[in-house]
Ligand binder design. Structure first.
Ligand code: PSU
Ligand code: MN
Length: 295
């Protein structure tokens, strides 16, 4: 890949030997939780990937380099001051020498370049509520179109227009596999989402479906994993989205604002579910990566 990219020896060896690797984003670490909780969630996710038998590849921009595979001290550098990196921001951030945390979209670009096929996250981005005003569709979706990567997530982020996002996923040809579910999980809530086009019963079936999709020239897929605990916070989400609008919060700042609002107003209940689902998705991505690598 490009000389701006530094891959840790452990991740490099695993890629070269065709062993299972799971890419992990750092936006969750920097902006998804009140500091320093994000670092704990990041470390827990790494442990979950290892427990599955795969190698975690946390990725972000530090010291002018795109770093793949981070130490605990390096992970701790992704504070709320870090930039949030979509695909458009990666190169610019590295060249500028800023600290930048990868979103799913930013990470997909790096994973594609390195031949990493699995990624674990909380929720994928999509069509924001109110579209087309504002005209806000997460770059995660277009990055999926161009990257042969399976993203384990609890559906799409709850603050989005979920039915519109499902429609756009279909338009873009992005398969959505429900992991032991017939409906798309709504991030915090396991039920109430739109029907998924395909259900899979285990990690091996997900791996086989991804492999077949890639053999046909397909690209990214979502593997939608219901959260281990279900929480209905739709009222709080509506309140948070309206408050963001009232305060003129827009663009990349919307998600961190809404998450912080929810964490506060739910007395930490959303924090707890958010942490658990991220770790569970890291584990699931690891399980699928291991099944994919198995002979
Ligand atoms: N899921 C979470 N918390 C987050 C995100 C997802 O539980 O902070 C982040 C991811 O990094 C995702 C990004 O890629 O939100 C998408 O942001 P936007 O909608 O601004 O493109
Ligand atoms: Mn956006």
């Amino acid at each position: 890949m490009h000389e701006l990219v530094d891959v840790s020896p452990e991740v490099r060896t695993a890629i070269d030997e065709g062993r299972p690797v799971v890419a992990l984003e750092t936006t969750l670490v920097a902006h998804g939780f009140p500091s320093p909780k994000g670092v704990e969630v990041g470390l827990e996710s790494e442990a979950a990937v290892r427990a599955a038998g795969a190698v975690p590849a946390a990725t972000g921009v530090l010291d002018g380099r795109i770093r793949v595979g981070l130490s605990e001290d390096e992970l701790a550098r992704f504070t709320p001051a870090a930039r949030k990196l979509g695909p458009r921001d990666l190169a610019a951030c590295a060249v500028a020498g800023d600290i930048g945390a990868t979103t799913v979209g930013g990470l997909l670009v790096v994973a594609r370049g390195l031949g990493i096929h699995f990624l674990g996250t909380g929720g994928t981005g999509g069509v924001h509520r109110g579209y087309p005003a504002p005209l806000d569709v997460s770059a995660d979706l277009l990055a999926l179109v161009g990257s042969p990567v399976l993203v384990a997530c609890s559906g799409v982020k709850s603050l989005l227009d979920v039915p519109a996002t499902m429609e756009l996923l279909e338009t873009l040809g992005i398969p959505v596999l429900g992991f032991r579910t017939d409906t798309l999980p709504l991030f915090y809530s396991a039920t109430g989402g739109p029907t998924v086009p395909q259900r899979v019963e285990d990690a091996a079936a997900a791996a086989r479906t991804a492999a077949a999709h890639w053999q046909l020239g397909g690209c990214g897929l979502l593997l939608a994993n219901p959260p281990p605990e279900s929480l209905d916070v739709e009222d709080l989400i509506e309140e948070a989205v309206a408050e963001a609008d009232r305060q003129g919060v827009s663009g990349q700042a919307v998600t961190p604002f809404v998450l912080a609002h929810l964490h506060e107003r739910s007395d930490g209940r959303t924090l707890d579910v958010n942490r658990k689902l991220i770790v569970a998705n890291a584990r699931l991505a690891g399980d699928v990566a291991v099944a994919f690598a198995a002979p």
